[in-house]
Write a protein that binds this ligand. Structure first.
Ligand SMILES: [Ca+2]
Ligand SMILES: [Ca+2]
Ligand SMILES: [Ca+2]
Length: 338
């Protein structure tokens, strides 16, 4: 399918070895290690140690680069419990591969319900953390914006889950990365996606802390898979991004623009708001005016008529007229790379 763009707008352009038998609590407090004797009791911090198998808790989402607040206030990690039994994470450790390490709630229960989520964050104050509701505030653990690790270790020191992300993951400011499905393997890059929507109460950052992920676009594949090195870029209105990712025709507009992009050039396509990037090879560059943009071209961009196109574009470029310059691009395919 051939792609069509008109012009460009910059603005816009762990199976848990459970042997306990508590009956007094609403959840299974930290079970005892096989002796059937609950020594700590429900509602108290764990005093036993028990080994949790790999996968008992899943790192399901994280915000490494907050957008509306500083990372000191806005970073968070979401955990998911895929099992049938609530778990008490008291005494577990959140760490990375080098210096960061924090023991979770050593003195009080920190329960994650069966099939439930737990939101861990640097700042529990929803007034200053970007509107996030937090289950637990940690310290001494930071999420780098390019390459870092999130490692969960149980109270016996056994690693339960690990996510190691790199610059290839394209951490995007103000948009969390989450598992498309919390039951999927989080070591598989393709199982992650950018959040599509701001959570309830959010100051604007996108994510699904404490709930199932709603996916926007998928993060691009690792850079190593991309053989091309685009030297130019075209920015898109966010409303056009879903079509871009799915392969629908896409158009973007720029006032008085005489593109320096040539036919055959590999170009980076940037979704302005989500910061998602793609690459493509431009096959046609047509220098034109707004009045000469054809119905096929503006309809491919979702405009119902020339008037509709001009009305919307004037929101960004108040002075454009039908005789103002514009550029139409076409491309053949999108490689979600970069
Ligand atoms: Ca770190
Ligand atoms: Ca960060
Ligand atoms: Ca989530």
């Amino acid at each position: 399918m051939q792609r069509l763009i008109i012009l460009t707008i910059p603005m816009i352009a762990v199976a848990f070895l459970y042997c306990g038998d508590d009956t007094g609590g609403g959840y299974e407090n930290y079970p005892d290690a096989g002796n059937g004797t609950e020594t700590d009791g429900p509602g108290q911090a764990n005093s036993d140690t028990i080994t949790a198998a790999t996968g008992a808790i899943v790192i399901s989402e994280f915000m490494a680069d907050a957008g509306k607040v500083s990372d000191n206030d806005g970073e968070w990690v979401e955990l998911y419990n895929p099992g049938e039994t609530a778990l008490d994470l008291s005494g577990w450790t959140l760490k990375d591969a080098d210096g960061d390490s924090h023991i979770l709630s050593p003195d009080a229960p920190l329960v994650i319900a069966a099939k439930g989520y737990l939101v861990l964050a640097r700042n529990e104050n929803s007034g200053t953390n970007g509107g996030l509701t937090v289950d637990y505030q940690y310290a001494d653990f930071n999420l780098a914006n390019s390459t870092d690790e999130i490692i969960i270790v149980d109270a016996t020191g056994q690693e339960v889950d690990r996510v190691a992300y790199t610059s290839d993951w394209q951490i995007s400011g103000g948009i969390s990365l989450g598992l498309k499905d919390a039951t999927k393997d989080n070591s598989v890059y393709d199982n992650w996606c950018y959040a599509a929507e701001a959570w309830s109460g959010s100051k604007g950052d996108k994510g699904s802390p404490g709930s199932e992920q709603t996916c926007g676009s998928a993060p691009p594949p690792p850079k190593d898979d991309c053989p091309h090195k685009p030297t130019s870029s075209i920015s898109f209105n966010e409303s056009l991004c879903p079509g871009l990712a799915s392969g629908a025709k896409t158009i973007t507009l720029r006032n008085n623009h005489r593109s320096s992009i040539s036919e055959g050039d590999w170009t980076k396509l940037v979704c302005s708001t989500s910061k998602t990037t793609f690459e493509t090879q431009i096959t046609v560059v047509r220098l034109t005016t707004w009045g000469e943009i054809t119905a096929e071209e503006y309809k491919a961009d979702g405009f119902s008529s020339q008037d509709n196109m001009m009305q919307i574009m004037k929101q960004y470029y108040p002075n454009i007229t039908l005789t103002s310059n514009a550029t139409v691009y076409r491309w053949e395919s999108v490689a979600a790379c970069l």
